[in-house]
Design a protein around this ligand. Structure first.
Ligand SMILES: *Cc1c(COP(=O)(O)O)cnc(C)c1O
Length: 382
């Protein structure tokens, strides 16, 4: 059998490899010049004043939540249709995760549902750019302003997407991107927060490096020796290495090329899958463009366990698919905290019918044709 066509994978070229090797031969493997270079390019690409890169998207979320002042007694509202990290980092700070239901067509967190969940304890709202499609940023900015909340956009999947013709990354209070291999660009592991807010920016820099500052102008005690430094906050080692930052610099130059390739494949799926009986293609609002992190089809059939049947049928033909996501509160860890299945029916309906099919820049036409043929055959069995 041929190798499995995965649902996603990275795209690394010779320039990427050269960039990493160059750092390996240099003086700094970490804490060198590549970090600031990557941050400057990222901030420019998304149109934000500041970017802070981290060792992972998860670390970036942790830092953003801490910068927002999220802690014990606070509530953070997010989508059930996301990767665990979005909720987990709020729990890590002692806050409570509150879910709200999604739009049944796009899977995006519904702003009206969010508004109904706001209490006196709500500190932040964290909608997720599911599959790379931006949430309604105007609606969330309005909600955050009206209720005095911090708006943190989990755009782990959305680097390269646009909302009302502007790139995501400068419209929320803070925007998180991930550089895991399946995301828009990769650094192996890695993530970032972009923001226009200087206070958040400075807090995140401290959080990334043990809460320690070497900036003399910030010292609380004056007239110190040249070796002196101060720890001001509880922080972590959440740094990205220079090896990774160099890869990031090389990758981000190809961002628009990657997104164009993904969008082209997505349009081809849209076109060639439109007449199937039990398979629905994704629905896209017209005021935004997706980064096309995922191409999520919906299996609509009365057949029992139709989605799992589809997963297995495709797997038999060497086609890798994945479910994004099991509603977060259904995981045993969250269930044990008191969250219950049945709470968010639209998210559950979406989740139980969703299947991400292969989509990544290097997917060939021949491979895509084999996916389409397999889906056509599957449709007849559903
Ligand atoms: C990938 C992802 C994360 C976590 O990012 P890592 O870089 O893997 O830590 C968080 N949220 C969402 C929606 C993601 O897709």
């Amino acid at each position: 059998m041929d190798r499995l066509i995965p649902y996603s994978r990275q795209h690394i070229d010779a320039a990427d490899i050269r960039a990493v090797v160059k750092v390996l031969k240099s003086d700094f493997l970490t804490q060198g010049p590549k970090i600031e270079q990557f941050e400057a390019i990222l901030a420019r690409v998304v149109g934000a004043r500041y970017a802070v890169v981290f060792s992972s998207g998860t670390a970036a979320l942790h830092a953003a939540y801490a910068a927002a002042g999220i802690g014990k007694g606070d509530e953070v509202i997010t989508s059930p249709l996301t990767f665990a990290a979005t909720g987990n980092m709020a729990l890590a700070l002692g806050a409570e995760v509150v879910f709200a239901d999604v739009n049944p067509e796009t899977g995006l967190l519904d702003p009206q549902e969010v508004e109904r969940k706001i209490t006196k304890r709500t500190k932040a709202v964290v909608p997720v750019d599911y599959a790379g499609l931006p949430v309604d940023l105007t609606a969330y900015r309005r909600i955050a302003k009206r209720h005095g909340l911090v708006f943190i956009e989990d755009s782990a999947q959305g680097l390269g997407a646009t909302y009302k013709r502007k790139p995501v990354g400068a419209q929320a209070d803070m925007t998180m991107f991930s550089f895991h291999p399946v995301k828009s660009i990769t650094t192996g592991e890695g993530g970032a927060i972009t923001t226009n807010n200087k206070t958040y920016y400075e807090k995140m820099l401290l959080f990334r490096t043990h809460g320690i500052t070497k900036d003399k102008t910030k010292y609380k005690r004056k007239d110190r020796a040249p070796w002196y430094h101060e720890m001001h906050e509880l922080g972590f080692n959440y740094r990205l290495t220079d090896l990774q930052a160099a890869l990031g610099v090389s990758q981000i130059k190809k961002l628009s090329q990657f997104i164009t390739a993904r969008a082209k494949l997505a349009r081809r799926y849209d076109r060639l899958l439109q007449n199937l009986k039990h398979i629905r293609t994704p629905i896209m609002p017209s005021d935004r463009t997706s980064a096309w992190h995922l191409y999520v089809i919906r299996i609509e059939s009365n057949k029992k366990d139709a989605r799992d049947f589809a997963f297995n049928e495709l797997r038999k033909k060497g086609i890798g698919t994945q479910v994004h996501y099991i509603p977060m509160y259904e995981h045993p860890y969250y269930a044990q905290l008191g969250y219950r299945k049945g709470s968010y029916p639209l998210a559950e309906m979406f989740s139980y019918s969703a299947l991400s099919i292969p989509l990544y820049p290097a997917l060939t036409r021949v491979q895509q044709d084999s996916v389409i043929a397999a889906l056509r055959a599957l449709d007849k069995k559903l």
